[in-house]
Design a protein around this ligand. Structure first.
Ligand code: F6R
Length: 619
């Protein structure tokens, strides 16, 4: 949420910053802006709407070439998506420019303080206070090297909430200063050049060498003096280095019309990569960073899976698998609700936080609450070096590669696979399953990439169906058991991409109320369990008949060879036979394709749906 870019080095900062913004636009697209320092002068430009609007403005009114620059792409929180509220925000004397991601919670009091000192605000944002405070702190800071960084530390000690701030100043034309608390920021280190980004996509075409910034740290990047990091008190900190394990090509569309289509197509590989090397010689699961002993894992008597949106749906499916394999009770909870209801947590609780981005604020706050209550926290995450894994006791990375489309696809399937691995590992460590039993399920997991590839080969009829549904105004999704969360996910994908009202239900619940909304022509998607699950299968086939009898247009997702559904289905979408608990990995795929195709047919921006942004870094 909000993309931040910074550059210090020999190249033209305008080009580097704009390229970075293009790569980060998925984090927010309400407005965009850029500031550069050239010849001791600060110049900036900003524009509401997508980055293309800013690019057009810059083509008409170019900024001067520069070697230091910052850029921002916004997802609006405080103040509407207007030109005035776009970042960068400048201090009243025009010498300092600031960009920000997050929310400064005490901005009202700070704004009142600035106003009583005579400052006139030009925007409704919380960010603008940071620009004015920084200019004042700079004026008060001792002269000499590092003055802007010192001013940043001074203001950060006063700010409440979550923030990444990046500042540039006409007074220090070779320097960028940035700070972070609970919002993301990474540093890229090239040959004589430095980059700042909300995530590594901002600079991946220039360097794969990154430095992780910790909580409450300030980084100063100077063209001549290089990089230095301190905490907010000014104590030096050594940032952790890492090399990004994907390259610029992974963040390109690669010939697809949409990133989402590319990411859907990448799912077989993403699953295979997530499984790769996970099982040691003795069948044990290899967690990337484990700070949990086998004894810790044996002591667990309750598990919470906590996540948001699509990741929450992965958690709902994980509950079936983990409870079945480990016999440990699992609760699944939306992260934004978790800490506010005082959940019962202690040392023997394992909290599994699931997050593709590793930066979702609701999930991060839930994690911190769990740790305060002494629970053990295991993160399932796709973004190396992000905040959530860093603050967890253990992490299992999904290896999906960069997910650029706002709607999560490969992130979701790999989260499922990681959840399965956690369940199997726990079952083995606790002696509920023998190694060979675990190995059997792992062998089934290894079949999933091929199964998903097969689903993808058969998607043309689904696309056709999607094109025929461009005018739909509502849609229902039904499933039972593990297919219930799949139905929720199908409905979420349709809502967020096609702006069609959709709801997912446990198919058995339909008769308790929702069936009243079904009438002639209502499209209803039903995800049918494998036939091996006799009782459940028969019941879902009855549910199809129930909605069909009320005039529904039935779209049925069923395994190959399931002929029972045919008489009641207007459309059958086939998926390969897959063991019940693993079936969501294959049954979700047609729902992703369907939503994508419907949105595309409606002429919508599939990758950047309205009102949304990737990586939700505000609560
Ligand atoms: C929907 C979607 C969101 C995310 C949610 C959590 O397609 O992508 O619902 O799943 O915002 O994001 P992460 O996984 O980054 O914590």
């Amino acid at each position: 949420m909000c993309g931040i870019v910074g550059y210090v080095g020999p190249k033209d900062a305008r080009d580097v910053v704009l390229e970075g913004l293009r790569r980060l636009e998925y984090r927010g697209y309400d407005s965009a802006g850029i500031a550069v320092v050239a010849d001791g002068q600060l110049s900036s430009a900003k524009k509401a709407g997508k980055l293309a609007n800013l690019e057009k403005l810059l083509a008409d009114q170019p900024l001067p070439a520069a070697t230091v620059g910052i850029g921002h792409t916004r997802w609006a929180t405080h103040g509407g998506p207007t030109d005035r509220n776009a970042h960068p925000h400048l201090s009243a004397d025009g010498t300092v420019a600031v960009i920000h991601n997050g929310i400064i919670e005490n901005f009202a009091a700070l704004r009142a303080e600035c106003e009583s000192a005579g400052v006139e605000f030009t925007s409704e944002t919380d960010t603008e206070v940071a620009a004015h405070l920084l200019a004042a702190a700079y004026a008060a800071a001792p002269e000499g090297q590092g003055r802007l960084a010192e001013a940043m530390r001074v203001i950060c000690r006063r700010l409440e909430g979550a923030f990444t701030l990046v500042a540039t100043s006409a007074h220090e034309p070779d320097t960028l200063v940035a700070a972070r608390r609970s919002s993301p920021l990474v540093v890229g280190v090239g040959d004589g050049e430095y980059f700042l980004g909300s995530d590594v996509a901002a600079f991946i075409s220039h360097t794969r060498e990154a430095r992780e910034l910790g909580q409450d740290e300030v980084v100063e990047i100077d063209r001549h003096r290089g990089l230095s990091v301190t905490d907010f008190a000014g104590n030096p900190v050594e940032p952790k280095s890492y090399t990004v394990d994907w390259d610029a090509e992974a963040a390109e569309k690669g010939g697809y019309d949409w990133f989402m289509l590319k990411e859907i197509a990448e799912q077989p590989k993403a699953i295979a990569d997530t499984l790769l090397g996970r099982l040691g010689a003795n069948g044990e699961l290899v967690l990337d960073e484990v700070r949990l002993s086998d004894q810790d894992l044996r002591d667990i008597d309750k598990i919470f899976v906590v996540a948001c949106g699509t990741a929450y749906h992965a958690g709902l499916i994980a509950k079936y698998a983990i409870e079945h394999w480990t016999r440990i009770p699992v609760e699944v909870e939306v992260a934004s609700e978790f800490r506010y209801r005082d959940p019962v947590l202690d040392r023997s609780t394992l909290v599994v936080v699931v997050s593709q981005s590793g930066e979702t604020m609701d999930t991060l706050m839930a994690l911190r609450h769990a740790k305060d209550q002494k629970a053990r926290v295991l993160a399932i995450c796709n973004a190396n070096g992000s905040t959530i894994p860093r603050e967890s006791d253990a992490v299992l990375y999904t290896h999906a590669g960069p997910e650029i489309a706002v709607a999560s696809t490969k992130g979701f399937l790999t989260q499922l696979v990681a959840c399965y691995l956690v369940g199997l590992f726990l079952a083995q460590v606790r002696g509920i399953k023998y190694e060979d039993e675990v190995a059997t399920v792992v062998a089934e997991l290894r079949e999933l990439p091929a199964a998903v590839a097969k689903v993808l080969e058969q998607m043309e009829p689904v696309r056709e169906l999607g094109r025929s549904m461009a005018d739909a105004d509502r849609m229902l999704f039904l499933g039972r058991h593990v297919s219930f969360p799949v139905a929720l996910e199908g409905a979420l994908k349709l809502k967020e991409l096609a702006y069609i009202h959709a709801e997912g239900f446990a198919a058995g619940e339909l008769k308790h109320g929702p069936i009243a909304v079904v009438d002639e022509g209502t499209p209803v998607v039903i995800v049918v369990p494998p036939r091996a699950r006799d009782l459940l299968h028969a019941k879902v086939v009855s549910n199809i008949q129930e909605v069909r009898a009320r005039g529904a247009r039935t779209i049925v997702i069923a395994e190959e060879g399931d002929e029972d559904v045919v008489p009641y289905a207007d459309h059958v979408i086939r998926v390969p036979r897959t063991p019940t608990l693993l079936a969501p990995v294959v049954t979700t795929v047609p729902l992703q394709v369907l939503a994508c195709e419907i949105a595309d047919s409606r002429g919508l921006d599939v990758d950047q749906p309205r009102n949304l942004a990737k990586s939700v870094t505000v609560e």
